[in-house]
Design a protein around this ligand. Structure first.
Ligand code: ASP
Length: 407
């Protein structure tokens, strides 16, 4: 039977949702439940998926030396690509100077965002949960990941009679969650239709005005994101991983479109895991370690965005940042992207970390609120793209044969 491929179904759903949201905003309540239902289903599987995938991944990696080597490569990849992204952002924002002469009357009240500046030490401290059940219940990703890595590692240290059934249990649990994921993925086009139609309907009236006032700022963020996604990361793929960037992008089309639509790396994670494993051919051992971690920690798009936004705000307030201050922005943008959760708008809230580090007014966030949603969609896509590139590159350096090898 003739069947349209999933990524085409999603693209069609995207186009239809934009048209629907734009022309029939009064009927939006009839379709919004589709998006809510889809997101609920994704969120339903996130915690058990992360838990089982990391525990099974780490316990299958086995000894401390292998784990250490893989961990080191992973961190090296995360930090180098995030820094590259930030530097691209820094260049774009310094060339385009979007904040110079920006309209400060545009300030909105930010108190309802509940902005609190998280100290850098706190971000690290938060990784260790005081109560793991609390962390599971509140879906505190960093804490769950940290705990799962420890469990996965120490399972390999106990006697065989306990170790084997436990490893089997978590491997089985992971298989089960992936089966469930494949089922939920089938509904992606419908879910995306619901989500995007609502976003378009809500922002419809203000779109032209917003685009007019903040267009240079948006151009700086989008230009940087495009550069990073289409030039920097493909170069990494091709030369470090010997992976064909086009084949890899094609293999990743479903999670990338989902990341764009949901603005959430975490919600997209089940689809990312599925695509990197089944379409790119990366082993479960590697995906189950790198992707859940990447969805929370490795956010190139967010890092770039943080840097551009902070400097835009400084420019708008007429504050000239010294070289040292710009270096502080780069460093804190990296930490903010690590600390940001993989959920919509997390990056916006994390900007307060940078603003307070360089002594800029927190109200500055009000300047960029209006266009955050659209930029969030784009930076989340880059976040997921970078995670998937990292998984492929690291798999290749570990000697795996992929389905997306460079020709
Ligand atoms: N929404 C982004 C993500 O999930 C995080 C951010 O707000 O920058 O990857």
């Amino acid at each position: 039977m003739f069947k349209i491929k999933l990524h085409w179904q999603i693209l069609i759903a995207l186009v239809l949702s934009v048209l629907f949201g734009f022309f029939f905003p009064q009927y939006i309540e009839y379709v919004s439940w589709l998006g809510d239902l889809f997101l609920r289903a994704l969120k339903m599987i996130i915690v058990p998926l992360i838990l089982t995938s990391i525990i099974s991944g780490v316990s299958n990696i086995g000894d401390a030396q292998n784990l250490g080597k893989l961990g080191l490569k992973t961190i090296l990849y995360y930090v180098s690509t995030s820094l590259a992204a930030i530097l691209v952002g820094l260049t774009f924002v310094n060339i385009l100077q979007p904040g110079v002469g920006a309209d400060l009357n545009f300030n909105k009240n930010v108190s309802e965002l509940g902005l609190v500046s998280d100290s850098l030490g706190n971000i690290i401290l938060r990784m260790v949960p005081t109560n793991i059940f609390d962390a599971l219940v509140s879906a505190d990703m960093l804490a769950i990941i940290f705990f799962s890595i420890l469990i996965g590692f120490f399972i390999t240290k106990i006697a065989d009679e306990y170790k084997n059934p436990l490893i089997n249990l978590f491997n089985g649990g992971f298989e089960l969650m992936m089966k469930l994921t494949s089922f939920i993925i089938k509904f992606t086009p419908l879910g995306i239709f619901g989500i995007v139609a609502v976003v378009v309907a809500e922002n419809r009236a203000s779109l032209p005005e917003i685009a007019g006032r903040l267009s240079i700022y948006m151009a700086a963020v989008l230009g940087g994101l495009l550069f990073h996604a289409f030039i920097t990361l493909p170069l990494f793929l091709k030369f470090v991983g010997k992976v064909n960037p086009f084949a890899h992008a094609k293999a990743m089309s479903t999670p990338l479109l989902t990341a764009f639509s949901t603005s959430s790396s975490s919600a997209t994670l089940p689809l990312t895991l599925n695509a990197v494993e089944n379409n790119c051919g990366v082993s479960n051992k590697i995906t189950s370690f790198i992707l859940p971690l990447g969805a929370t920690v490795n956010m190139d798009g967010t890092a770039l965005y943080e840097c551009v936004a902070a400097i835009f705000i400084a420019q708008a307030y007429g504050i000239e940042l010294s070289m040292i201050q710009q270096a502080v922005v780069v460093f804190t943008a990296l930490l903010a992207s690590i600390g940001a959760a993989g959920i919509p708008m997390a990056g916006l809230v994390m900007i307060t970390v940078i603003l307070s580090a360089v002594g800029l007014p927190l109200e500055g966030v009000g300047l960029i609120l209006a266009v955050d949603r659209i930029l969030d969609m784009c930076r989340t896509t880059v976040n997921v793209w970078s995670d998937s590139c990292g998984a492929a590159i690291i798999a290749k350096t570990e000697g795996e044969q992929l389905l997306v090898n460079a020709s």
